[in-house]
Design a protein around this ligand. Structure first.
Ligand code: HEC
Ligand code: HEC
Ligand code: HEC
Ligand code: HEC
Length: 504
């Protein structure tokens, strides 16, 4: 290269650097201007894009939760679950959680919410929307909590149109973290060890998540509306009066003789655990050391001179540098291995539990068939109830295998113990009624298990698709033309991913 070439190259490089610098100064100026704008956001504004106008980084990273779009069919992974949930909608369809962006779509698409034809039909109550959308606190404020919790899921289809958003976790004026679901505060107060009024800022970094990632049930509550008419609400209630442990919550339900459904095969009074993520997290090493959910799931990241919380809530393993390595010295690869091994240990015990419990359901069905009495069956059925509750609590605490590995494995061990206690009792009953050594039918995949419990999957899928093509479309039409400023086309998912074939 001759001298003049060198001069040209150097001056081109210098010009490019100058332009980059200028760009970054202008970028910072734009940021500065943004900071000086006083945001003008309506109270409980459900459309996150309206907040995003003032906080583009948080908004863009929030929208990026749509990258986690993989469907992971849990029934396929362990067909025993179909038997465990026989007689309950989870036996039809159940996928692992994915990005927050999809929570409404997944709720609408799942075969569990079935196929309502108008605003009064369909199996599910309005409560099923509770942990899905910022339209929920909006409606609770507009109509009152009891009215919100009254009626069928389909009643609010045209009102609930935004997936979890800024309004679920932030105050519109101060942007401070805030909890928008009163049942959480009520439950913390009822439990007593950490009343809501005493929550610190660090606690709030967990409690905003605990609005949804908790165990709950629908408490039947009678009330009178403004016209004096009798109404019944199904109110989301966190069963924490006796404490947060699996045993304390089990006792809460037992005391109230509460059950979610009667098992189709064993006739046991069953409980469905929801997602007690908060409860188990609190027992783990990180919870004990007062980490918040946001410390790992919403790490601070830097962009130029700006530091902000990454709102792409997902697996912290995608960002080990900004999460684990803030506090720990291991390498990224070591951390991936540590977490993987914890997952394998949980899966091993979880499978042992579902295997035992599925067998117990079949054995109980056989005992009934042979004429066993209710008195004979009750102790075994209580063991089944408790075994399945505990297994479910451990696995539905998504991430529990990592958040609280010891507690998760302990709970699974008690599930296996109770599952076998049931089987021993049933063995005696079966022997008495002439069927010693009875074994339930074999099945090797989800479809076989579903057939075994009599589910007509083709019919269920057809009905669902009809719903998606009719009432669901009407909901979107209504929401987008309601004149209520609630609908945002950007967060409406237009590609449908499901565990069944929705392309028909
Ligand atoms: C309004 C209820 C709600 C709030 C608040 C909420 N979540 Fe979620 N979260 C959900 C639901 C529902 C899903 C499952 C979404 C799906 O599968 O479509 C989910 C999924 C997740 C996932 C799985 C994501 C993936 O890509 O697999 C993680 C991790 C998570 N939430 C963590 C958090 C954390 C941390 C917070 C608090 C900062 C939080 N969530 C606040 C309801 C909520
Ligand atoms: C699931 C709860 C949740 C949702 C939904 C959520 N945030 Fe946040 N946000 C947080 C948490 C937790 C923090 C960290 C706050 C802290 O420690 O001070 C935060 C911090 C912020 C901050 C303070 C600066 C920063 O980045 O730390 C802004 C601004 C913000 N969020 C904007 C938004 C906007 C805009 C949306 C909607 C697009 C949104 N948030 C949605 C939980 C949430
Ligand atoms: C110390 C870091 C840390 C903290 C704090 C933490 N988590 Fe996690 N979480 C993880 C890791 C690691 C995983 C496993 C991710 C994986 O397998 O890819 C996980 C998994 C999850 C999952 C399952 C995601 C899925 O797709 O299956 C959810 C939901 C979740 N966490 C929610 C929470 C909530 C809610 C809190 C607070 C109560 C919390 N986490 C606190 C690190 C943390
Ligand atoms: C804000 C600090 C902080 C962050 C972030 C953090 N940890 Fe920890 N971690 C701790 C503390 C404190 C302990 C308790 C250690 C002790 O007492 O020696 C701990 C303990 C652990 C343990 C041993 C206890 C157990 O549950 O098995 C593991 C493994 C671990 N962390 C992995 C991780 C991983 C993986 C991540 C990232 C997803 C992570 N940590 C993020 C602070 C942190």
């Amino acid at each position: 290269m001759n001298k003049s070439m060198i001069v040209i190259v150097v001056s081109v490089v210098a010009t490019v650097l100058m332009l980059l610098l200028l760009g970054s100064i202008q970028g910072n100026k734009a940021d500065q201007a943004m900071i000086n704008v006083v945001p003008n956001i309506k109270k409980l504004e459900p459309r996150s894009a309206e907040w995003g106008k003032y906080y583009p980084r948080q908004y863009d990273s929030y929208i990026a939760t749509k990258e986690s779009d993989k469907i992971d069919d849990v029934l396929k992974k362990d067909p025993n679950l179909v038997v465990l949930w026989a007689g309950y909608a989870f036996s039809k369809d159940y996928n692992a959680p994915r990005g927050h962006f999809y929570m409404l779509e997944d709720n609408i698409n799942t075969l569990r919410t079935a196929d309502p034809v108008d605003d009064k039909t369909g199996p599910m109550p309005t409560a099923c929307w509770t942990c899905k959308s910022p339209d929920v606190p909006r409606l609770m404020a507009e109509k009152g909590e009891l009215e919100f919790f009254t009626g069928k899921w389909s009643r609010l289809g045209a009102e609930i149109v935004n997936p979890v958003g800024c309004a679920d976790c932030h105050d519109n004026e101060t942007m401070r973290l805030s909890v928008k679901r009163d049942f959480l505060a009520r439950a913390l107060d009822a439990e007593g060890s950490a009343p809501f009024a005493k929550a610190t800022h660090q606690d709030m970094r967990t409690l905003v998540c605990a609005q949804c990632h908790v165990e709950y049930y629908f408490k039947k509550t009678d009330w009178q509306d403004a016209d004096g008419k009798d109404q019944t609400a199904m109110v989301v209630t966190l069963p924490w009066n006796n404490g947060l442990s699996v045993e304390a919550i089990e006792q809460y339900y037992d005391e109230r003789k509460f059950s979610d459904w009667t098992h189709q095969l064993s006739k046991a009074p069953m409980l469905k655990a929801q997602h007690p993520g908060y409860e188990t997290f609190k027992t783990g090493m990180h919870g004990q050391n007062n980490l918040g959910c946001a410390d790992c799931h919403m790490p601070y990241v830097r962009e130029g001179g700006v530091k902000y919380s990454d709102h792409k809530i997902g697996s912290p393993l995608d960002n080990i540098r900004n999460t684990c390595l803030n506090c720990h010295g291991e390498s990224e690869e070591e951390f991936k291995q540590i977490v993987k091994r914890k997952l394998e240990r949980k899966d091993e015990l979880a499978f042992a539990a579902t295997d035992a419990i599925a067998k117990a359901h079949f054995e109980a069905a056989k005992a009934w068939e042979l004429g066993a009495s209710e008195d004979e069956m009750t102790p075994a059925l209580m063991d089944i109830r408790h075994a399945q509750w505990r297994w479910d609590f451990a696995v539905a605490s998504h991430g529990g295998f990592f958040h609280a590995p010891e507690e998760t494995l302990r709970i699974l061990a008690t599930a296996i113990d109770k599952g076998y206690a049931a089987r021993l009792k049933l063995r005696d009953i079966l022997a008495k009624y002439g069927a010693p050594g009875f074994e339930g039918p074999a099945f090797s995949n989800k479809a076989e298990a579903q057939e075994l419990i009599g589910l007509q999957m083709d019919k269920l899928v057809d009905e669902k698709i009809t719903f998606l093509n009719t009432l669901r479309k009407e909901w979107i039409q209504k929401a987008s033309h309601s004149g209520k400023d609630i609908y945002d086309p950007k967060t409406e998912v237009k590609t449908f991913k499901t565990s069944y074939n929705a392309e028909k």
